[in-house]
Write a new protein. Structure first.
Length: 230
């Protein structure tokens, strides 16, 4: 398998510059983390890059958008530059989380379980899991309305079967947008490329599926934007 370059490239000048701006004047790790959280949640909009998960943190900043795995790689890189202990937790998640965004034959072609990740940070002497940054706030709120109107709990990049989905920044109580759809645990990792090089990784498309993905992904992103604007 071709070696995957480092994706949480925290030493890249653009990542360094972004982290420096985000933590400027912030005296505590919690204040620094809060600024990083809102930047990754809202400045980096939810959307699907053409290269799926193999996107460097610096590239995600340039794109201004990402999904769970690429936004998490950026979150990790920014935390590293801010001096906040952080790691990525990988898992499998039900493909139903993608319903409403991918449709028809393209939804059917998705694997039933998808490799998924979120960030873990060490704050106040404990490790805290966070995934409430994955959907930007406007897209998250619009998605919740869609789910309510359809009387569904998992779709539009939200899993809310427990009724506790939240996009809030809260280190006292773990808040999640997608955790209700997680079905397996692949442990914690210091670099996403290391996980992607293993057999645990399920988002590796063949040539045909990659071609189809790149063919329709702009349409999917336009669908995301249409939902966001509602």
């Amino acid at each position: 398998m071709k070696q995957i370059p480092e994706l949480a490239n925290h030493d890249h000048p653009l990542v360094q510059e972004t982290a420096k701006k985000l933590i400027a004047g912030k005296k505590t790790p919690l204040n620094k983390l809060e600024n990083i959280f809102y930047y990754v949640r809202d400045t980096i909009k939810f959307g699907y890059p053409a290269n799926i998960d193999l996107v460097k943190a610096s590239e995600t900043i340039k794109l201004g958008m990402g999904q769970c795995n690429t936004k998490t790689a950026l979150f990790l890189a920014l935390c590293k530059k801010a001096g906040i202990p952080a790691r990525i937790h990988f898992s499998l998640i039900k493909k139903e989380i993608q319903k409403g965004l991918f449709k028809g034959i393209f939804y059917k072609l998705l694997p039933p379980l998808i490799s998924h990740s979120w960030i873990e940070v060490r704050i106040n002497e404990k490790w805290t899991q966070i995934d409430s940054y994955i959907n930007d706030e406007a897209f998250y709120q619009a998605g919740k309305i869609e789910l309510k109107n359809m009387d569904r709990d998992t779709e539009y990049s939200i899993a809310n079967s427990s009724g506790k989905a939240s996009s809030a920044f809260n280190t006292n109580e773990e808040c999640f947008v997608q955790m209700d759809a997680v079905v397996d645990d692949h442990g914690v990792w210091d670099e996403p490329a290391d996980y992607y090089a293993t057999d645990k990784y399920k988002n590796r498309p063949n040539i045909i599926k990659l071609f189809l993905y790149k063919l329709i992904i702009n349409r999917v992103n336009k669908r995301v934007e249409k939902i966001r604007k509602r």
